[in-house]
Write a protein that binds this ligand. Structure first.
Ligand code: RFL
Ligand code: PHB
Length: 392
């Protein structure tokens, strides 16, 4: 098989890249190791920055998002029994975020790709990427029980944190920056109306809790748990009891309970692989960088990468100049590191580490106190949460 851009992975990064290239008249083939149902139902992100919403709309993938997505103009910070609303438009000159699940973004992009885009092969596992510094890189893959080769002008690894593409980057010219956290998130999906109309990020002496949602009738909630926790160790009742403790307020707010339909544990890590390009092989999304979910940045970074990359590939096709492809890594990494910083700040602001002392707890409260009482500090949070511009 031959194509211009070989894309490994049909998560949001790979799917949106294929869509953007198709719109620009550049052909691609997407290889995805899992089946369609798996990709469409994997529970993950829920928050889209304004720039992500704009990019999906511009790609012609915004119709259902515009109908079903929920615009959110703020979040609530909850600590010491008190509630503080961060007003995004008021602090950022009009920016907001949209609640629309990653599962739905993927469903929309898959439907479009299958209807009008280039080949999207499910259960097609990339085994190896070769020839990164040759003129024509290749992907060896297995599909329908047989091995095949995809020859490309460029290969883009959108294959997530556990993908194979990073493996072609030589150790001598690559560097990994990494941090793991001694805690994880236990997430549940529940058939109950969200108990608050905006997301609630709660700092509590027992640990972090987050109230989020998927729709007006489906809640998504998370609890900080120790790293290595097994979701099976938590009964539904124990999860609700703990959420209730950590989200408790001094006023009459109440957490509504409902049937839990899904429960899973997500480890927390920060990870950046530099650079994001080696010859004609590029990385995008989680394949290149991971953020802890507290800042809601992972999916948005993936979108930023592929928008930048699609522009670069179109620019090369139109002008013959590989300039933007060559600066792709540096351009993306500036934004990536701002998201790493913000995600780290939000994580350490709100979680309780096993080695934390009373001093650390007081510091967290002081940091939160500063955010809620100083417009500059609050604006900094609101700007980062609603998203950094693509070319900054
Ligand atoms: P993905 O979604 O992991 O997709 C990679 C795809 O590559 C496939 N693959 C292969 N295919 C072929 N051959 C191979 N050898 C392959 N190896 C892997 C995989 O099957 C998969 O389909 O990466 P992508 O596209 O870069 O997208 C990144 C996002 O998924 C991720 O950053 C977000 O989900 C992170 N995240 C959040 N991001 C946000 O922006 N806002 C949020 O609110 C948010 N919340 C979250 C999150 C992630 C979470 N988890 C579970 C990690 C909440 C959670 C709980
Ligand atoms: C989610 O709804 O899944 C979600 C929302 C905000 C986050 C992380 C996850 O920071």
């Amino acid at each position: 098989m031959r194509t211009t851009v070989g894309i490994i992975g049909a998560g949001p990064a790979g799917l949106l890249l294929a869509r953007l290239l198709h719109g620009a008249g550049i052909d691609s083939v997407v290889l995805e190791s899992r089946d369609r149902a798996y990709v469409e139902h994997r529970q993950r992100a829920g928050i889209l920055e304004q720039g992500t919403v704009d990019a999906l709309r511009a790609a012609g993938a915004g119709a259902r998002m515009d109908r079903e997505g929920l615009r959110h103009d703020g979040i609530e910070l909850r600590f010491a029994g008190r509630r503080h609303r961060v007003d995004f438009p008021g602090l950022t000159g009009g920016r907001s975020v949209t609640v629309y699940a990653q599962t739905e973004v993927c469903k929309d992009l898959i439907a479009l790709q299958l209807a009008e885009g280039g080949p999207l092969l499910f259960e097609a596992e990339a085994l190896a990427v070769e020839g990164a510094v040759s003129g024509r890189p290749r992907v060896r893959f297995r599909h329908a029980g047989r091995e095949d080769v995809l020859e490309c002008a460029y290969v883009v690894g959108c294959d997530g944190f556990r993908g194979v593409t990073r493996g072609v980057f030589p150790a001598s010219s690559s560097r990994v920056y990494e941090r793991t956290y001694p805690y994880a998130w236990l997430g549940i999906l529940a058939d109950v109306a969200p108990s608050h109309d905006e997301l609630v990020y709660a700092r509590h002496d027992r640990g972090f809790a987050l109230l989020s949602m998927r729709s007006p009738s489906v809640s998504r909630l998370y609890l900080q748990v120790p790293a290595g926790t097994d979701a099976g160790d938590w009964s539904d009742e124990a999860v609700w009891d703990e959420l209730e403790r950590r989200l408790a307020t001094d006023d009459d707010w109440r957490l509504e309970r409902g049937p839990v339909t899904q429960k899973s544990v997500t480890p927390m890590r920060s990870f950046v692989h530099e650079p994001m390009r080696h010859g004609r092989v590029l990385l995008a999304g989680d394949a290149a960088h991971i953020v802890p979910p507290t800042g809601a940045k992972g999916l948005n970074l993936a979108v930023g990468d592929v928008v930048t990359l699609a522009r670069a590939l179109v620019h090369e096709r139109d002008t013959g100049s590989p300039d933007l492809v060559e600066t792709y890594s540096a351009t993306c990494l500036r934004r990536v590191w701002q998201a790493e910083r913000f995600s780290y700040d939000m994580t350490t602001l709100l979680h309780r580490g096993p080695a934390d002392t009373p001093f650390d707890a007081r510091l967290q409260l002081a940091r939160l106190g500063r955010i809620v009482s100083h417009r500059g500090a609050e604006t900094d949070l609101a700007e980062a949460y609603t998203g950094f511009p693509l070319d900054a």
